[in-house]
Design a protein. Sequence first.
Length: 445
Amino acid sequence: MTISIPLRSVAAWMLLLPLLVACSHPLEIVGDGDILSSTGQNDCLLEDQPCDNYVVGDYDVLFAAEPREGWRFIGWEGCGSQFPICSINVPAAIVKEFWGEVAPPLRAEFQLWPTLAEAANQANLEVGAAVGSTFFSSNDVQLNAATQYTSITAENAMKWASLAPTPNTYNFNQADQLVNFANANGQRVRGHTLFWHRLNGPPSWLQAELAAANDPAMHLEQLMAAHTSAVVSRYAGQIEQWDVVNEPFATFTGDFDTDSIFYQYLGEKFIEIALLQAHATDPSAALFINETGVVYLPRKFDALLALAQNLLDEGAPLHGIGIQGHYLFLKPNKAVLVDMLQRVGALGLKVEITELDIPLPLFSEEPDPLAAQAQSYADVFSACLEVIACTGVTMWGINDSDTWLDSFEFTVANAPNRPLLFDESLQPKPAFYSVLEILLAEDGL
């Protein structure tokens, strides 16, 4: 004999029941389980109407509890961790005694979902976000950044072109505002980036300045030293990591980018020069090379490792590798990512996933694209947590309404790309909860 105990929204939950019973995904709930209705032999027990024709023996009673946003299900008291139902064996006499009255509840244990930052701290992992030029125009976005992340990266405010739009003149207003925000909220700051040759990386005046110099290579090295001194010294002790050189390789190959103004005048030596200058200015900062496309270009990743090894052999102060997680064309492959992270760690370097976004259109053919996106986010975080050398993951943006992918040439046709953990209204997506679960599992909660 089975007594069925439906949820208050019976139809909706019964459609989900096979998935929920088979899945270990903890959903949010609050409240106690109660016997709400039942069906017995010969339909004797219908709706809430008791009757006297009980079958001798035991009943399998299914308890259920309602979900509520913000709560994390832990387990039933004495009945495991299935949700939304819990089945226990109850003697018929007890069912008869209580039926038609308030049934003895089985307590469902629950707790509030922690913030992403709380879970990250428990898992000993930095979880960050990049913030752009509109960040300080929205109190809601600032609140999200302050409460959900342990690390902040400037999307553009610390690039050379942003800081020094004219020669010998610096404007630190936006960068200062960001560092002050992070300090006020106890967050780490990743400095991004000292030297980048593409798009809005170099100042517009740099090329003409070098063209007019008697010795352009020497002059570039002097300008790099002056820039490093001005920026790194200003934030010494406040910025924990610097992306000293961003994207030294060509976009789709493992060759140095010959379009780089730094490479054109100094060759690959410019990387070591930049690292030495930054280290001399702030010896406490961890210095990174940050590269894009390596998550799906094996040859490029091999070239990056070879570069890192050469720099280490030369005694250059390189402390870490940033792997940009822009999954523009392929879904994350956890096994491949774990191998990459381990290979960086084998060099004795730190490694971080520095610019993570996973566009929803990658999963357009999946039955549930949001769930598939959530699984990919879980795979990336799980990969990082499996490798000791991996110390952080940074999302490239706060929420879906402010992603660079919706204007980028390779992804604009797929807009809206919806690649982040929070939707356009700053509401957490399934990917947010999947990341929380991975972080909480790491801490054993």
